[in-house]
Design a protein around this ligand. Structure first.
Ligand code: AMP
Ligand code: GLY
Length: 424
């Protein structure tokens, strides 16, 4: 079977390593992949947003199955275009990917179907938004409606910050048309939990929970990034919270999307906050999280490709999806200066493979036969162990064996989760 994976980061590397375990995956193409993914798949220099190019490649190469991983091609309708050309896919169609690509859509969906989330207002007029900010409770949260490379959210601790956020999103249009509408919402407090789920539009199967670390610096300081590390499972996601999420959030969301004529098939990511009033949705993503995937998929005991096919065929309810009860930790090695200003092209030497350790390459290219950094987040180093404590120590030990002089990592990935376990 010939499989095409759209994307070229650490998440795609983790997906490719997992599907490779199925002997039916005889050929895997990554579009565009990267210099590290090249060890596990044939990388083809077609941009993930070049939908006609992707479709042409799939047809010409008789691709049997496509997995579309990043948000941009999903929002642009990559799955629609591939399916219409006869290529079965894993991933939502454009009409369902809107759950991530429009925050206004997501908020209105939750409001209509009574799914717990922060109270909110939508604005299309900057003056009205500014007026609202003068009297709204502070802190408050300002969100651009559309995709903004994960940077469209400002948690404003003062009115001044909220005004600045509205001005840059709506006035200066720093995210382009993504800022034509904004959501201003209630500030929620509590630990955050990421839950990725498989869904075929009717059945929803949550994967093992995880915790991201979004800020660049230790103790959650510094600018927001794409994610500096993850652990799984997340200790705040207790069986009681899981039950509540299934009843009040996961199933109602899947049913709502079906009722709206936008059945969601693929991986739906629930970004949750466990507030004193119970779990609430902070965001939906229409795809696997990055770097959540780098801790979730190593714990999947079932065959990923089979589960994906079951989603595509709407047979998820009859398919076993089993996770190990071990723990995983992924430490991201990023280029010094990320996410602001950083150099690329710095040499990297990977350590020898070890059992229960994985290195997922997020941003690297091959230059004269040598792996060099190419981007902000460069590697995700994952360890799988019986306990979270051992997984965290294992990930840091293995990361220390990587030679990457221009790299840095946070030193406290998993710290909050370990502290929560000790409190129990
Ligand atoms: P997002 O880009 O949607 O993932 O949001 C980035 C981060 O902003 C989230 O991970 C939260 O930490 C924070 N955030 C988003 N919405 C809220 C909210 N309503 N209250 C408090 N924090 C929030
Ligand atoms: N790690 C957060 C995301 O993938 O959106």
């Amino acid at each position: 079977m010939k499989i095409l994976v759209v994307g070229g980061g650490g998440r795609e590397h983790a997906i490719i390593k997992a599907i490779k375990k199925n002997p039916r995956a005889e050929k895997i193409y990554a579009l565009p992949g990267n210099g590290g993914i090249a060890a596990d798949a044939e990388c083809v220099p077609i941009d993930a947003k070049d939908i006609p190019g992707i479709v042409r490649f799939a047809i010409k190469n008789h691709v049997d199955y496509a997995i579309v991983a990043p948000d941009d091609p999903l929002a642009l309708g990559a799955v629609d275009a591939l399916e219409d050309a006869g290529v079965p896919c894993f991933g939502p169609r454009k009409s369902a990917a809107i759950i991530e690509s429009s925050k206004v859509f997501a908020k209105e969906l939750m409001h209509k179907y009574g799914i717990p989330t922060a109270a909110y207002q939508v604005f299309t007029d900057m003056d009205k938004a500014m007026e609202y900010i003068e009297t709204c409770p502070i802190p408050t949260v300002v969100k651009a409606d559309g995709l903004a490379l994960g940077k469209g959210v400002t948690v404003a601790m003062t009115r001044e910050e909220a005004r600045d956020a509205v001005k840059s999103i709506m006035g200066d249009r720093v995210f382009g048309d993504s800022g034509a509408s904004i959501v201003i919402e209630e500030y929620l407090e509590g630990p955050e939990v990421s839950v990725l789920s498989f869904t075929d539009g009717t059945t929803v199967v949550p994967m093992v929970s995880s915790m991201d670390h979004k800020r660049a610096g230790d103790n959650d300081t510094g600018p927001n990034t794409g994610g500096m590390g993850t652990v799984a499972p997340n200790p705040y996601y207790t069986p009681q919270v899981a039950k509540e999420c299934m009843e009040r959030i996961f199933l109602p969301t899947i049913n709502a999307m079906r009722e709206e004529g936008r059945p969601f098939k693929g991986c739906l990511y629930f970004g949750l906050m466990i507030t004193k009033d119970g779990p609430k949705v902070i965001e939906y993503n229409c795809r696997f999280g990055d770097p959540e995937t780098q801790v979730v998929l190593p714990l999947l005991e079932s065959d990923l490709l089979r589960v994906m096919w079951a989603v595509t065929d709407c047979r998820l309810g009859e398919t076993e999806v089993k996770f190990s009860d071990k723990s995983a930790c992924c430490v991201v090695l990023a280029s010094k200066g990320y996410p602001v200003k950083y150099e690329s092209g710095c040499p990297i030497t990977l350590p020898a493979p070890e059992a229960n350790r994985e290195i997922y390459v997020a941003g690297a290219e091959e230059r004269d036969g040598k792996l060099c950094s190419h981007g902000g987040r460069v590697l995700g180093v994952t360890a799988i162990e019986d306990t979270l404590e051992k997984a965290v120590a294992g990930a840091y030990d293995y990361a220390a064996k990587v030679k990457f002089e221009n790299g840095f990592c946070r030193s406290d990935i998993g710290g909050r989760a370990l502290a929560a376990l000790k409190e129990e």
